[in-house]
Structure formats: structure tokens, C-alpha cells
Design a protein around this ligand. Structure first.
Ligand SMILES: *Cc1c(COP(=O)(O)O)cnc(C)c1O
Length: 503
């Protein structure tokens, strides 16, 4: 076993006790209990006499019967089978899987936030409304937008809302515009959001250098184009340095600019999308502002707009009434309506607010600086071993490819799978689509230099393995409980819950 393998093995079994008990999920025994309920403190009544027939059941539900220690061990054990930011670097490009400070978790669990009822009267929700109002103002300040709404539950829903506002804006002006320009490096949610709003999606080709060029926009920016959707830095980690000229062209022809804010981490405290010509954008609180995501957990995708689009904001809008505290304003006749039953994912807003307040403006800027430095450090150390399709200084992430491994038969998916043996969650792979065999790595500002070096060593070791023993890489991972799965089936027909066997 090589050094790397030994480390990988230890990394994957946590404390080194890799014992697996038989029948891991079949532990229920009749009569076993894990809690003691308090004594009844209300008068006992005859249920049959007081409840309607249909509300009663004759048999007990078939719930597992277990002791507390069995439940704790079960969930603690399976929690160690997951990759997580708390266990190691999670370099999933474009996802900004930064460390989530525990302080955020603590404040998100404060009973005033966690136990608030969504239908509580506003007089009793002043604390949260105050936080929402402040968070909206902070996000507006950071991004250079005029107004922000916290409602959208994810980046994708923020995009949907933003394009709905753009559509409402042109409808109100009586302009028929049927197309939206989307760069060929864009995230899949961009064309989806445009198409869901009935727009025809027109792909804008990136230049040889991986960024957009004004002449490409000029050629496509016809009078029937409603908007350009733009991610900056783009998904190659490159700053769109022609942005000022590009947004100028779009505006001169009556169009609007949608900013995909997923990569805002690279710009915090340094540049503001609003100053660069963005009219409407979404934030991914669960990327830039530390809230964890992935694994189906909730996110939050607030949207920011310039004043021209403010009348179309989703309702209700949090507002401050002179001398009367905070309130919800529904008086937006041109609003695109409600996007969320209540206030959006409130706990995400609380985490993001705690993150912003604990870092302050200087701390935020330092996040961006360190994230960019870390990505460039990785790129510099990996360049000798891996092909770099667009070899320029990057912002917060870098994109490599498997091109130089071609003679070994090892491809991007194999490198990603082998990284798991070294104890790392794989980076984003095969995205952006314009790079064949892409490996998109985003270290974030959370990592120490030692952590970055360990990750580099793993990738360098895998490159050597690919040349010396390609089968080892192509059959990885070797140290996980499951090796290669049918990923299509897992995505299309997921079995998300264990089911008891019959009988
Ligand atoms: C993550 C991401 C999105 C979508 O955000 P979700 O919160 O996952 O819906 C959009 N664009 C880019 C570039 C992203 O990385």
C-alpha cells in the first residue's frame, strides 16, 4: 500500500474502527424503547366519544422500536459515510462549499427564529423582520443593487423570479421581446429559467480566451432580445473583463442584464455587479454567505434589483413604518406575486446575517482575496501535471481537464473517483460544457496552505498513478462502502429511504 493509499484508508474510516455490524438497518425489537414520555397532564378522555370516526386508528403505527444508544450509534455511524465540509476540503467548483462557522448554526437555532410561526402577526415577528430588512440592505450594499427580496428559496428560483420581473417589465412597456442571450459557459439553470418564462434561448459563444467579447454581443443583440444573462466571474473562474462595454451594448439596445450571482464570492468588497451594469441578480446565500448546501438541504436565493425593476418585486416586501416598526408591504400592483408561502428559508437568512456581521466589510473583502489567492495557488501547483484549457490568472476557481491523460485511458471521472480514496469530495466535473473532460476546482478561502498542499499532493499522486497503474485509478474508489454506482439511475430513480423487508 502506498503512503497515499494508507492515508486514504484512514481518512475514510474515520477513527480507524471500520467494523460493520450485520443487519445494520434491521434493529427493531418489539417492546424496546428509546425515550420515556412524561405523565399525562391533561384529563384522560374517551377518544371514541370525542373524535370523529375517521380520525381514529385501530392499530399502532409500524415504527421501529429501539433504545436511545442504538439510534445514536446508527445515525452517528452513517453520518461518517458522507463527505462533508466539516471533514475535509470540498472543492466543488461553482458551489463555494466554504466552511460554515458554528456560530451561524447557533444563532439560526435561537428559539425566536427557529420557533416563530410563519403566520404569527407582524407585531410578534419584529425581530426577524428587523433582521430581514437589515440583511436586504447589506446585500444591496455589497452588490450595488437598490432593492433586495429574500423570498426565493434557491439560486434557480431567484433566476426564475428575475426573468419573470424582466418579462413583466417589457410587458408593462408593451414591448415584445422573445429572446434571451445566455453564454455557452453558463450554468444550466440560466437557459432553464429563460425557457420556463417562454423565452427563446440564444447561446453566446465565449472567445478563445474563455470570456465574452463585445462583438459577439453586438451581433446577437437584436431588438427582440429582452436580456443577457451573465455570470461574473464566469464558470471558468475568469473575470468577464469586457463587462462594462457588454452591458453598455445591451442597455443601448433597450435590453436588461441579468447577473447570476453564484460566483459573487470572488468579488466581495472589491467589485459590485450593480456598478458593472447588472439590472437584476440573484445571490446564493448557501454559497457566498456560508450556509451549507448539497444533499437536498435548503438554500436561499435572494434577488437584487435596480430601481427600474423594483415595482415588480415579489410580495410581500419587508418595510419599515415610521415609528411603527417593521411591516409587510403588499402594495406592489405590478409585482410578479408570491414565490414562497411564507418568508423564504428563514434560517438561511439568519445564518447569512450572522456571517456578514461577524466578518464585517474588511473580513468579507479578505474572503474574496483569499479565495482568489487559493485558486491561483492550486492552479500554479497543478499546471505541471494537468492540462489547463484557459491558462490565465483565475478568480475563485480554476478549470483543468483530462486531456494530458489521454494515452493512459484515465478520464476525468476516474480522477474524481480516485480522489474519494484520498479522502476528498471530488470537484465539479464535466462542467462547464465548453471544456472537454473538465475538472472545476474551487478551494474557497476556508483552506489553510497545508490543506491546499495535501489536496495538491493527492491530485499529483493520482496523475502518477494514472501513468503507472491506470487500472487502479479506473476502478476507484476502493475504500468506500460502495464503489461505482449507476449514477443515472441513482439520479432518475432515487431510493431515498430505507424500507423494511416484508414480513
Ligand atoms: C449553483 C449555481 C446556480 C443555481 O443555484 P442553486 O441555488 O443551486 O439553485 C446558478 N448558477 C451558477 C453559476 C451556480 O453555480
Amino acid at each position: 500500500m502506498s503512503d497515499g493509499e494508507a492515508r486514504a484508508r484512514v481518512g475514510n474510516v474515520g477513527n480507524g474502527f471500520a467494523y460493520e455490524e450485520p443487519l445494520l438497518f434491521e434493529r427493531s425489537r418489539p417492546g424496546r424503547v428509546g425515550c420515556s414520555l412524561p405523565r399525562l397532564d391533561v384529563p384522560e378522555v374517551d377518544a371514541h366519544a370525542t373524535l370523529p370516526e375517521g380520525a381514529l386508528r385501530d392499530d399502532l403505527p409500524d415504527l421501529p422500536e429501539l433504545s436511545e444508544v442504538e439510534v445514536v450509534r446508527h445515525f452517528t455511524r452513517i453520518s461518517t459515510w458522507n463527505a462533508s465540509v466539516d471533514l475535509g476540503l470540498y472543492p466543488l467548483g461553482s458551489c463555494t462549499m466554504k466552511y460554515n462557522p458554528k456560530l451561524n448554526e447557533k444563532v439560526a437555532r435561537l428559539p425566536g427564529f427557529a420557533c416563530a410561526h410563519p403566520l404569527q402577526p407582524v407585531e410578534l415577528l419584529q425581530g426577524f423582520l428587523h433582521l430581514a430588512y437589515e440583511l436586504e440592505r447589506h446585500l444591496a450594499e455589497i452588490s450595488g443593487m437598490d432593492r433586495v427580496s429574500l423570498q426565493p428559496a434557491a439560486g434557480a428560483q431567484g433566476e426564475l423570479a428575475g426573468i419573470m420581473m424582466i418579462r413583466a417589465y417589457f410587458e408593462h412597456r408593451g414591448q415584445r421581446r422573445s429572446r434571451i442571450l445566455v453564454p455557452d459557459s453558463a450554468h444550466g439553470t440560466n437557459p432553464s429559467s429563460a425557457a420556463l418564462n417562454g423565452y427563446e434561448v440564444v447561446a453566446v459563444p465565449s472567445g478563445e480566451d474563455g470570456i465574452l467579447h463585445p462583438d459577439a454581443i453586438e451581433a446577437l443583440m437584436t431588438p427582440d432580445v429582452a436580456a443577457l444573462m451573465l455570470t461574473n466571474p464566469n464558470t471558468l473562474g475568469l473575470f468577464e473583463s469586457n463587462i462594462a462595454r457588454i452591458t453598455e451594448i445591451v442597455h443601448a439596445r433597450g435590453g436588461l442584464v441579468y447577473g447570476d450571482g453564484a460566483n459573487l464570492n470572488a468579488l466581495l468588497g472589491i467589485a459590485r455587479p450593480g456598478d458593472l451594469g447588472t439590472d437584476v441578480m440573484h445571490f446564493n446565500l448557501h454559497k457566498t454567505f456560508s450556509t451549507p448546501h448539497g444533499g437536498g438541504g435548503p438554500g436561499a436565493g435572494p434577488i437584487g434589483v435596480k430601481n427600474t425593476l423594483a415595482p415588480y418585486l415579489p410580495v410581500p416586501v419587508v418595510c419599515r413604518r415610521d415609528g411603527a416598526g417593521y411591516d409587510l408591504d403588499y402594495d406592489f400592483p405590478r409585482s410578479i406575486g408570491r414565490l414562497h408561502a411564507n418568508f423564504g428559508n428563514v434560517a438561511m437568512a439568519v445564518r447569512a446575517y450572522a456571517y456578514l456581521r461577524s466578518l464585517g466589510p474588511d473580513g468579507l473583502r479578505r474572503c474574496a482575496e483569499m479565495a482568489v489567492l487559493n485558486a491561483n495557488y492550486l492552479l500554479a501547483r497543478l499546471r505541471p501535471a494537468y492540462h489547463v484549457p484557459y491558462d490565465r490568472p483565475v478568480m475563485h476557481e480554476c478549470v483543468l481537464s483530462d486531456q494530458r491523460l489521454e494515452s493512459t485511458g484515465v478520464t476525468t471521472i476516474d480522477v474524481a473517483k480516485r480522489l474519494i480514496d484520498y479522502g476528498y469530495h471530488p470537484p465539479t466535473i464535466y462542467f462547464p460544457l465548453i471544456v472537454h473532460g473538465a475538472l472545476m476546482i474551487e478551494p474557497t478561502e476556508s483552506e489553510s496552505i497545508e490543506g491546499l498542499d495535501r489536496f495538491v499532493e493527492a491530485l499529483l499522486a493520482i496523475e502518477r498513478e494514472a501513468r503507472e497503474n491506470p487500472d487502479l485509478v479506473r476502478s476507484a474508489p476502493h475504500h468506500t462502502r460502495r464503489s461505482r454506482l449507476d449514477e443515472t439511475r441513482a439520479a432518475r430513480r432515487p431510493v431515498l429511504r430505507w424500507q423494511p423487508e416484508d414480513g
